[in-house]
Design a protein around this ligand. Structure first.
Ligand code: ZN
Length: 632
């Protein structure tokens, strides 16, 4: 862009012109980098779904079911005929709850019917023994994007958003057979119940420390906190017996559970369950209700228009049958040659990390060995899985049912499958992300990284890009994900993914000093849409820093390396134009920093940045050598 110097603003220098010309699609909160790739995949796969459906020729039975669901979801007339009735019929069970005892007795049914409850019971990997499962309990979420909106400093935003929510709820409730007075009462009750949830529920910032979720308690002890429900009886209904141990993910919430859910508040709960349950159902009802019910989410994200019925139908079907859809996408659109090349880069990055760990100043000798062991045993999932999970055999539905009932029955199958896992071993071979998703992750409880085929495209990665560009793009992301093995959470999990503190106290102290420096580097940065919370996003910033440090190391030994290409592509992948409402919300709920900072902050910690572009004290993207942070 004219008059922007790379030394002052790498992000805008590289992306300014693109951003100026970018048009955010009416039905999306943002455009650019990740979003453009996701839109591209969506378009390709929508065409695939349309042509499969038209020719009635499917590559396998799963894609056939996906296309049948797609057809149901895009049949506006049929949905119109069913109207709101299927949701109201499902919600009618709430009328049967006349005491807290009724609630306990009906819990299993409520959960199968997807009726919101103040306690959610699920099965997850035991974080201390990742080969087995345990029962986890979690509280309800709030109507606002995050419970931090209930903090006094967010009062204005809270009032504004809840006002919109109440309007949306009113418009949907008007379609029920309740009197206008009852509609208003239900809505104000729901808001009152939500306010109590908001005072107890964890914030996104608290959830980001996921080791703190692990609070094992004897079931009897947990039952002692949950005095207003018959917790053992509920567990017995769900599992056929009462498991001995429960993981309480939100101690504050469950400590205060009896003040939230009790005989006195039962009416508030019922209204809350009804209104939020009905709003949740709108997506699967008539087009008119999908439009009405989606208005709150659109307001939060600034999106102008709801998705077309075709797009909605495709996203519902591809989300429901994500394994098979991802495999189909991967096999067809991601080549073996690319898989081989990219896997080579991954192992090169792992090997480089190992070398760097050997001389790392944070870790003592003993801890270094363990860190290297963690890298040696790290699993690598690139592209898409070999086979679909067994659950997909069971995801069968009756196409004569309404879309709402179909989704309900599929969710009940999933729920039953999840609950049945309690006494079964975990399956670390399962993928966290399907092949058609533009994203990547590190799983601390498996100790592996996943890179779906959909992210392995330009500008992140291409066989046509130079090695320098690929290192600045996907290389940085791979290095980022791997470094999560050593972030504040990863440092507490060993090579088998078990919570197991393998760091010495001194190591951890030195690490904390780096964490604090990184918090300081970001904290309080003013953006046009708000202020950055350095502590909330520190793990992701440490990961970006690690990703850059390891790939710059590889650049040193790369023939024909171009640092200009490297840094330019690093900035290019973060290109984003987003709606202000969305940006504001993301500051409160996303552990990742805003895109411009992810592009512009890491480079200034490394000498290569200064050498390549002659950056000096006079430039915006300069920081003094003593403030520069290198972690891994
Ligand atoms: Zn990350």
């Amino acid at each position: 862009m004219e008059n922007i110097r790379i030394q002052d603003d790498l992000y805008m220098y590289v992306n300014g012109e693109t951003i100026e010309n970018l048009v955010i699609p009416e039905d999306k909160p943002y455009a650019g980098g990740f979003a453009d790739l996701a839109d591209g995949v969506e378009k390709i796969m929508m065409d695939e779904f349309a042509s499969m459906s038209e020719s009635k020729s499917y590559p396998n039975v799963y894609l056939q079911r996906a296309c049948e669901l797609y057809a149901l979801a895009k049949d506006a007339d049929r949905k119109e005929k069913h109207g709101i009735a299927p949701a109201l019929k499902n919600l009618s069970i709430i009328n049967e709850i006349n005491s807290t005892e009724d609630f306990s007795r009906l819990y299993k049914t409520l959960s199968q019917k997807g009726i919101p409850t103040p306690i959610n019971i699920g099965i997850e990997t035991d974080m201390k023994n990742t080969k087995r499962h345990l029962v986890y309990i979690q509280g309800a979420g709030v109507i606002l994007p995050d419970s931090s909106y209930y903090k006094p400093e967010m009062a204005e935003q809270k009032a504004q958003l809840l006002g919109i929510w109440a309007q949306v709820a009113k418009a949907v409730m008007a379609k029920t057979d309740l009197s206008p007075e009852d509609q208003d009462k239900y809505i104000s009750d729901a808001l009152a119940f939500d306010e109590i949830i908001g005072s107890l529920a964890k914030t996104s910032e608290e959830w980001a420390n996921y080791i703190e979720m692990y609070n094992p308690m004897a079931t009897s002890e947990t039952a002692g906190m949950l005095t207003t429900i018959d917790f053992p009886a509920i567990l017995s209904d769900l599992f056929g017996n009462v498991p001995e141990t429960v993981i309480v993910t939100e101690p504050r919430y469950f400590g205060g559970f009896a003040t939230l859910f009790n005989a006195e508040n039962l009416g508030l709960y019922k209204s809350w369950a009804y209104v939020t349950g009905l709003l949740r159902a709108c997506n699967y009802l008539s087009e008119e209700l999908r439009e009405l019910g989606g208005a709150y989410h659109r307001a939060i994200t600034g999106v102008e228009k709801m998705q077309s019925i075709e797009k909605f139908a495709y996203n519902l079907a591809s989300g429901t049958y994500s394994d098979p859809v991802g495999i189909y996408y991967g096999e067809k659109y991601f080549g073996e040659e690319a898989k081989k090349d990219i896997t080579e880069i991954v192992y090169q990055i792992i090997a480089t990390y190992k070398e760097r760990i050997k001389t790392n100043e944070i870790l003592g000798e003993e801890t270094r060995e363990k860190a290297i062991l963690k890298l040696s045993t790290m699993g690598v999932k690139m592209g898409y899985p070999d086979k679909v999970r067994a659950i997909y055999e069971k995801l069968v539905f009756n196409p004569e049912d309404s879309l709402f009932d179909v989704m309900l029955s599929l969710n009940a199958i999933r729920e039953a499958e999840m609950l049945s896992k309690l006494d079964k071993p975990t399956e670390p071979e399962n993928w966290q992300m399907p092949g058609h998703m533009v994203d990547a992750c590190y799983d601390p409880f498996v100790n592996d990284i996943t890179f779906p085929a959909a992210i392995l495209q330009a500008p992140f990665y291409s066989l046509k890009q130079t090695r320098s560009e690929n290192l600045g793009g996907i290389g940085g992301v791979i290095g980022h994900e791997i470094s999560h093995a050593f972030d504040s959470n990863g440092a507490k999990c060993d090579e088998n993914g078990n919570i197991n503190d393998w760091w010495t106290e001194d190591d951890f102290k030195r690490f904390e000093a780096k964490v604090n420096a990184m918090i300081e580097q970001f904290d309080g940065i003013e953006l046009p849409w708000g202020k950055v919370n350095g502590a909330f996003i520190v793990s992701e910033n440490m990961a970006d820093n690690g990703g850059m440090s390891v790939t710059l190391d590889i650049m040193k030994n790369t023939e024909g390396a171009s640092y200009e290409e490297y840094f330019t592509n690093w900035a290019r992948v973060w290109c984003e134009k987003a709606r202000p409402e969305f940006l504001k919300m993301i500051l409160a709920v996303d552990v990742h920093g805003p895109a411009p900072l992810r592009a512009n902050m890491p480079p200034r910690n490394f000498p290569e940045w200064y050498e390549t572009f002659g950056v000096t004290e006079a430039d915006q993207m300069y920081i003094a050598p003593e403030k520069r942070i290198v972690i891994w």
